[in-house]
Write a protein that binds this ligand. Sequence first.
Ligand code: DOR
Ligand code: ZN
Length: 335
Amino acid sequence: MKTHTLLMPLDMHLHLRDGVMLETVAPLSAYSFSGGIVMPNLVPPVETLEDVRAYKERIMATIPNDYFEPYMTLFYKNYDKKFLASVSNDIMAIKLYPAGITTNSEGGVSSFNIEEMRETLEAMSILGIPLCVHGESDGFVMDREAEFMSVYELLAKNFPDLKIIMEHITTKEAVEMLDKYKNLYATITVHHLIITLDDVVGGMMMPHNFCKPIAKRPEDKEALLSVALNAHPKVMFGSDSAPHPQDKKESAGCAAGVFSAPIALQLLCDVFEKHNKLENLQTFVSDNAQSIYKICPEFKEIILEKRDFIVPNIYGTVVPMYAGKTINWAIQSVE
Ligand code: DOR
Ligand code: ZN
């Protein structure tokens, strides 16, 4: 049987939620990943040192037997230098959301006024705290990411020592931006390597493929594949696995988010194998993140095997991507 081994896989963009949902989803990520960057868009958002420490404890309490490092984040506000210095050892990054752009982002940034942001972003540059950005404008849904490129340029130019991560990129415009500024990096999800808008609304509407940013055109997917499959040194895997209860997805107003965490590595093996690039998956799913974020995860070895695996219909109250479908790879063992 064909197998593929991955060491210390990392999920550099992950929603773990809280309460019962956290108890359902955190063990699934902890099983197959060594660690992950945990998004702060709870209600209310994670925005104090106490919030960060308490949330980390609640996460750790759900994963007693597996080793998993939750890399914590704060929800971006114009924090002052003193506060940032006091939290810098407890967080891995700060996540910036434009106000109202996606789930639980109401308290985000409403205008990108560089002077108002300067103290915070300069302090983050000095302290070495990366800025993770949900890069979408408030324009037409298919153009939102491309329109946001001017904001990335403004940030990258004004704060050359700030590490800026373009989160879950979905367009060729974002891929082109990677090599334009030395301080711009990106995460890519597995679903954006597989689906386009056609898989969301091209036939019957597929709520479990609906997320922000929405999946785009075939040429955008090709651009994402070109950097992911070749493990471009500035891109990392980040699932953006975003669980919502079934009734919030299969409803008249469908919440945005694809729940992919339990099948992410299996799907990545499939995509990389189909393109004869399995040898680059390790770099995409761990090594690049280790060098970009300067992290050194504890040892974990995942062996995947090429065999049919039927994706469960539901985990707790959450329907995963490809629920009930057969995928081509499965996890054989984890050590
Ligand atoms: O689809 C999404 N879901 N995109 C985001 O940016 C947020 C996420 C969520 O928290 O549900
Ligand atoms: Zn996200």
